[in-house]
Structures are given as structure tokens and as C-alpha cells.
Design a protein around this ligand. Structure first.
Ligand SMILES: *Cc1c(COP(=O)(O)O)cnc(C)c1O
Length: 368
């Protein structure tokens, strides 16, 4: 469009729709074909698919790079790590999505990668661990403690040491944080979460500016068969159209609920970067366009009290995952791999319901 760059809210609606030819569909069609007539760019569905191309155009446009869409966030993460030569040094976060940490641990135990674990919210400690690295893996805001890492400074440090930086941008989405603009080489997503937004599909994505790097990661997808199905991709594209308004409501709800929870007698601590007293607040305010819809809080009375809250809510759903229109709550430490979570910590994915209904539900459950 003439007259300058579109805002991300408009890009989320307009990207990935194909040419405006008379009679052409306005929405990307679901192309259910495993094979394509010989002689074109793509002949087989594990290599490419027009519906997938549309979602890649949309997510890539929002992140400001090229995009490869995967069958899940874990498939996307596996492709990034799988592209590293054996013996590579990876600096990885002690606090991050637990199955990404499990995958790194396994590759370290198998001797495929050397992993140095650091608290990536501690910038100096992270930079000190970067010597000789191939890859710095960062999640910010991070599961489940909502830690914020200084993406620009860490990217510079990783590059100085001769490596790349990857940011898991699932919690923020490209609408609230653009890691590639901050210097990261790759942004990884579980598109299962906010991008799709309705807890009905599993999908992942990797975005980057260097075409050769993204091509190598796309080739991993082809080798691993980690391709997304066109129907799931269509649903993600449909979900993406409303990402801006969903996020706007979720984060305004989250801000209000975080304020109220931090004054609640049954709550020990609230972790939300939007709160002025939060350790990540200033950094998040600098590098993000908003604080998002994810938070965590610790319930007085330990794991049992926290479990009681998760089982007592009626509007909010006791379930794992995040980023859907519906509010979800769970005690993170119930997962054996989630070693970073205090036993009484509830992770709360704030949805788009009315804030007063959410508060009534939470307050009643906390008093139960
Ligand atoms: C859910 C999640 C993943 C894994 O993604 P899947 O789509 O479940 O495979 C990775 N990182 C973060 C931050 C997540 O929340």
C-alpha cells in the first residue's frame, strides 16, 4: 500500500491473502493435495503447500523476516537445534518451556551438543557463558516465572562470541515484541498459543532474516517430516486475523487482575512484567509494545492451596497451555519436568472474558 508501512494490526489482517484478481478467493484456500503437477517449484507436500505459504507470509511479515511453519512449536525448536553441527555449544536458559529444556538436556546427555545453562535474566552471567558458543537460546517473557531477558544486549554478545541468538517469542507474539529488530537471528513460536488463539490446533514457526539460515531450517522440516497440515494452517491464519484485538483485551484484563491479585490476602507474589515493581518491568517496557496476557502468581498455603484454586475456578478453565480466548490456569509444578516453578505457583493465561467475571471467579476460588 502507498503512504508508508502498515501497522502490525493491519498486517495481521491483510497478509497471506494472495493476489487481488477478479474472482480470486479473498481467503487462502485449504489445499488438500499431497502432490502437485510435475514441473513447478513444489511437487510434494512435505516440501511445500500453498496454504502453508500463506501463513508463512503472514507470520514472516509480522516478525520482519522469512518464516517456516512447522507441525508444532517443539518441531520448530527441534529443527533449529537439529541444524547445529554435533559438538556445538549452546547457551540455554535454566528457566524456559520445560520440554525445550528437556530436548537440550537429552542432546547434551547424548553428547550431540554441549549445553551451558544460565539464568538469561542475568545479562552479565549470560554474556560470560557465551565464549565459543554456536547458539544462545532465550525465552522472554519466559515460562513459568515471567522472566525478561535483555534481547538487544544478549544478541550483541552472542554475535561478538561468534554465535547466533534464538528467541522463543511465544508469550509476546510479534505484535508485542520483534526479536529480529532487537538483533536476534531467529524467532521461534509455538503458534499453538496466541497466533492460533483458540486452543484447537498445534503449530510452530521459525522466522529469520538470513535466507540461507531459514532455508536450512526448512530443509530440516522436509527431512524430519515436521510439516503442518493445511487445515490446521487455515485455522491459524483465521486466528491470526484477530490477534491484535485478542491481545489487547487479554493484556488489559491481565494488568487489572495482576494489580488486584497483588493486593489479595491469599496471594504471596504476582509475577507480571506490567507491574511497576516486577523485576522485569523496566526492561519489558523498553523492548516490548505491551506486557501481554500471561502471568503467574503464588498462592499462600503451598501446593495444596494452589491446587484447590485451580480446581475451584468455574469460568476460568483448569488446563495446561495458553494464549487462547479462554482463561486457563494450572499449577505448573504438577509437571515433573517443571523444576523451575515454586510448588504453589499458578500460571495464568488471561483470556478475553469480561474482567469483572474473571475477578469474581478468581477471588471466590482464592477464598474457598
Ligand atoms: C507451548 C510452548 C512450546 C511448545 O510448543 P508446542 O506447540 O506445544 O509444540 C514452546 N515454547 C513455549 C514458550 C511454549 O509455550
Amino acid at each position: 500500500m502507498s503512504g508508508g508501512e502498515l501497522h502490525p494490526e493491519s498486517l495481521a489482517v491483510s497478509l497471506g491473502r494472495g493476489p487481488r484478481r477478479a474472482g480470486a478467493p479473498v481467503n487462502a484456500p485449504v489445499v488438500l493435495s499431497a502432490i502437485f503437477h510435475a514441473g513447478g517449484d513444489v511437487e510434494y507436500g512435505r516440501v511445500g503447500n500453498p496454504t502453508v505459504d500463506a501463513l508463512e507470509e503472514a507470520i514472516g511479515g509480522l516478525e520482519g523476516g522469512e518464516c517456516a511453519v512447522f507441525a508444532s512449536g517443539m518441531a520448530a525448536s527441534a529443527a533449529v537445534l537439529g541444524d547445529l553441527p554435533p559438538g556445538s555449544i549452546v547457551v540455554a536458559p535454566t528457566v524456559a518451556y520445560f520440554e525445550v529444556r528437556a530436548m537440550l538436556s537429552e542432546q547434551a546427555e547424548q553428547g550431540r551438543l554441549e549445553v551451558r545453562w544460565v539464568d538469561v535474566t542475568d545479562t552479565a552471567a549470560t554474556l560470560a557463558a557465551c565464549d565459543g558458543l554456536s547458539l544462545l537460546w532465550v525465552e522472554s517473557p519466559a515460562n513459568p516465572l515471567m522472566g525478561i531477558a535483555d534481547l538487544a544486549v544478549l544478541a550483541e554478545g552472542a554475535h561478538r562470541a561468534g554465535g547466533l541468538m534464538v528467541v522463543d517469542n511465544t508469550f509476546a507474539t510479534p505484535l508485542l515484541q520483534r526479536p529480529l529488530d532487537l538483533g536476534a537471528d531467529l524467532a521461534v513460536h509455538s503458534a499453538t498459543k496466541y497466533i492460533s488463539g483458540h486452543s484447537d490446533v498445534l503449530l510452530g514457526a521459525v522466522c529469520g532474516r538470513d535466507p540461507a539460515t531459514v532455508a536450512a531450517i526448512r530443509y530440516r522440516r522436509e527431512l524430519y517430516g515436521a510439516v503442518a497440515g493445511p487445515v490446521e494452517v487455515f485455522l491459524a491464519l483465521r486466528g491470526l486475523r484477530t490477534l491484535a484485538v485478542r491481545l489487547e483485551r487479554a493484556q488489559s484484563n491481565a494488568m487489572e487482575l495482576a494489580r488486584r491479585l497483588s493486593e489479595h490476602p491469599a496471594v504471596e507474589r504476582v509475577r507480571y512484567p506490567g507491574l511497576p515493581g516486577d523485576p522485569g518491568h523496566e526492561l519489558a517496557a523498553r523492548q516490548m509494545r505491551g506486557f501481554g496476557g500471561m502471568m503467574a502468581f503464588e498462592v499462600r498455603g503451598g501446593a495444596e492451596a494452589a491446587d484447590r484454586v485451580a480446581r475451584s475456578v468455574e469460568l476460568i478453565t483448569f488446563a495446561t497451555s495458553l494464549g487462547g480466548v479462554e482463561s486457563l490456569i494450572e499449577r505448573r509444578a504438577r509437571w515433573p519436568g517443571e523444576t523451575a516453578a515454586p510448588p504453589n505457583l499458578l500460571r495464568f493465561s488471561v483470556g478475553i472474558e469480561h474482567v469483572e467475571d474473571l475477578w469474581r471467579d478468581l477471588d471466590r476460588a482464592l477464598r474457598a
